[in-house]
Design a protein around this ligand. Structure first.
Ligand SMILES: Nc1ncnc2c1ncn2[C@@H]1O[C@H](COP(=O)(O)OP(=O)(O)OP(=O)(O)O)[C@@H](O)[C@H]1O
Ligand SMILES: [Mg+2]
Length: 459
C-alpha cells in the first residue's frame, strides 16, 4: 500500500511542484493551503507524513505541529522553512518536528528526508504496538500475571466483555477470585452498572434467602418495611456470589429459579419481579465432588458453569513472583509513604522456593509486613516470616554451610528483637558478649547494624 503524505504550504506553486514530485515517486499526496485545513484533513484521515511550511495564514506550522503532537503523536512532521528563518526550524525540531527542509528546496533532499521520516514513523508505531501489548500482558485491571496460564485467563476475560454469560471462578484461597470477578465486570458491558459482592459463607443460613431476594414488610418478625435483595441491587450489573458452595440446598433451588426465569420472589411475597443480572460465582471447593456427595445441585452447577475460570495456585506460576513482589512493593511503599531499596537476591530466592499455601494473599501480606520493617534498606531473607535458611539452598548442600546460615539468621533475628543491644542479645542467646562479637565476625554480620537500620524490630 502506498504511503500517504500531506503537504501544508500556502505558496501554491511550491506546493504543487512538491505534490507532483512525490506523486511521481508513488506516494499518495494530499494538499492543504494552511495549517487549519491540514489539521482538519488529518483528523478525518491519518497520513504517514506531514510536510509543513512554517509561515501560513490561519494556523502556522508551529501551531500545527503542536496540535499534531496531541492528535497524532506517531506521525512524523518535516518543517519547510526559508533560509532567513533557520532559528524557527531549530525551534520546530525542539518541539518535536522530525526534520526540516530549507527553501528553496532541493528535490533530491526532499525525497531522501521524506523516505527516512516515513521509515521512522513506521518504527515508532511498531514500537508503540509492542509496548502496549507488553503492558496489557503483564497487568490487566490491576491483575499481575505474565505466566502463560494467566495470559489465557486474561484472554477469556476479554472475550466475556460483550456478553452477560454466567461465570464460575474456581481456585484455592487467595488466588485472586474476587479480583477476577471485578475484572469480568469492569471489563465488560456491565461496567457502568452495579457490582454487588456477596459472601454467601458469611450470611447465616436463615437470612440468605431474604438477603438475596429481598422481603416484604411483615414477612417475619422485624421486617418492618419492604427491602430489596442483592439481586435487585445488582439489576443490569453483576452479582458476585462468593463461596457459593456454602449455600443451603433450599436456597440453591431459589437461585436456580432466579437464573432460569430471570425473576425473584421476595420473602413474604407472591409476586415475581423481573431481574437482569449476570452471575459470577466463586468457590474454593470442588463443586463436582459436592454434587456427587449430594450437597450441591447439579442443575445449578451447570447453570453457573457456562464459562469457567480456573485460577492456578501461585506455586504453579512461580515465574510471576518477581512481578507480584514488585507490584506489592510499589503499592505498600506508596500507601505507607516508606522507601525500600529493593529485595536482595537471597530474599527473592527464598520467595521463589516457598510453597505459598496462602497464594497471592500470603505473598501480599509478606511484602506488606516487610515494607514496615525494611525502611531505607533492602528486604532480606530475614524479613520473610517463613524463611528458614538452609531450606533456601544456594548451590551448596553442605551441612556446615546450612548450619552457618541458620546461626546467622537466628543471631540477626535476636539482634533485631533486642534493638541491637549486644549485651541483651547475648543474654537471650545464652552466650557471652565476647562470644557474640566473635560470631558476628565469623558470620559477616556488621557490628554497627544499629546505625544502619534502627527502625526495625520484627514482631
Ligand atoms: N493477579 C494478581 N495480581 C495482583 N494482585 C492480586 C492478584 N491476584 C490476587 N491479588 C491480590 O491478592 C489478594 C487476594 O485476592 P482475592 O481476594 O481476589 O482472592 P480469593 O481467591 O478471592 O481468595 P479467598 O478464596 O480467600 O476469598 C487480594 O488483595 C488481591 O488484590
Ligand atoms: Mg475471595
Amino acid at each position: 500500500m502506498s504511503k500517504s503524505i500531506l503537504i501544508a504550504e500556502d505558496e501554491t506553486v511550491l506546493r504543487q511542484s512538491l505534490a507532483e514530485l512525490l506523486t511521481d515517486e508513488g506516494y499518495e499526496v494530499h494538499q492543504a493551503g494552511d495549517g487549519k485545513e491540514a489539521y482538519d484533513l488529518i483528523l478525518k484521515r491519518p497520513v504517514d507524513l506531514v510536510l509543513s511550511d512554517i509561515r501560513m495564514p490561519q494556523m502556522d506550522g508551529i501551531e500545527l505541529l503542536a496540535k499534531l503532537q496531541q492528535a497524532a503523536p506517531q506521525t512524523p512532521v518535516i518543517i519547510v522553512t526559508a533560509y532567513g528563518t533557520v532559528e524557527s526550524a531549530v525551534a520546530a525540531m525542539r518541539s518535536g518536528a522530525h526534520d526540516y527542509l530549507l527553501k528553496p528546496v532541493n528535490f533530491e533532499d526532499v525525497l531522501l528526508k521524506v523516505e527516512r521520516a516515513i521509515e521512522f514513523g513506521d518504527l515508532a508505531r511498531t514500537r508503540q504496538v509492542i509496548t502496549e501489548q507488553l503492558a496489557s500482558q503483564s497487568t490487566f485491571h490491576n491483575l499481575v500475571g505474565e505466566a502463560q496460564n494467566m495470559a489465557k485467563l486474561f484472554e477469556t476475560v476479554k472475550k466475556l466483555a460483550t456478553v452477560k454469560t454466567s461465570v464460575l471462578i474456581v481456585g484455592e484461597s487467595g488466588t485472586g477470585k474476587e479480583l477476577f470477578a471485578r475484572a469480568v465486570h469492569y471489563n465488560g458491558i456491565t461496567r457502568d452498572k452495579p457490582f454487588v459482592a456477596v459472601n454467601c459463607g458469611a450470611i447465616p443460613d436463615s437470612l440468605i434467602e431474604s438477603e438475596l431476594f429481598g422481603y416484604r414488610r411483615g414477612a417475619f418478625t422485624g421486617a418492618i418495611r419492604d427491602k430489596k435483595g442483592y439481586f435487585e441491587a445488582a439489576h443490569h450489573g453483576t452479582l458476585f456470589l462468593d463461596e457459593i458452595s456454602t449455600l443451603p440446598l433450599s436456597v440453591q433451588s431459589s437461585l436456580l429459579r432466579a437464573l432460569e426465569q430471570r425473576v425473584v420472589v421476595p420473602v413474604g411475597d407472591t409476586q415475581p419481579r423481573p431481574v437482569d443480572v449476570r452471575i459470577v460465582a466463586a468457590s474454593n471447593q470442588d463443586l463436582k465432588k459436592m454434587v456427587d456427595a449430594g450437597e450441591f445441585r447439579e442443575d445449578l452447577l451447570y447453570r453457573l458453569d457456562v464459562v469457567k475460570l480456573e485460577l492456578p495456585p501461585l506455586r504453579q506460576r512461580k515465574e510471576d513472583i518477581p512481578a507480584l513482589v514488585h507490584h506489592f512493593l510499589q503499592k505498600y511503599t506508596k500507601e505507607m509513604n516508606k522507601r525500600v531499596l529493593g529485595v536482595t537476591n537471597d530474599a527473592m530466592r527464598a520467595m521463589l522456593a516457598h510453597e505459598w499455601r496462602g497464594n497471592i494473599r500470603e505473598l501480599e501480606n509478606v511484602i506488606e509486613r516487610a515494607v514496615i520493617f525494611a525502611e531505607d534498606r533492602h528486604i532480606e531473607t530475614e524479613d520473610m516470616p517463613f524463611a528458614i535458611p538452609g531450606l533456601v539452598h544456594d548451590d551448596s548442600e553442605s551441612l556446615k554451610e546450612a548450619m552457618r546460615q541458620f546461626e546467622r539468621h537466628h543471631i540477626l533475628y535476636s539482634l533485631r528483637r533486642h534493638e541491637y543491644d549486644k549485651a541483651e542479645t547475648a543474654r537471650h542467646l545464652d552466650i557471652g558478649v565476647s562470644s557474640l562479637y566473635r560470631k558476628l565476625d565469623e558470620l559477616d554480620i556488621p557490628k554497627n547494624m544499629q546505625e544502619q537500620d534502627p527502625a526495625e524490630v520484627p514482631a
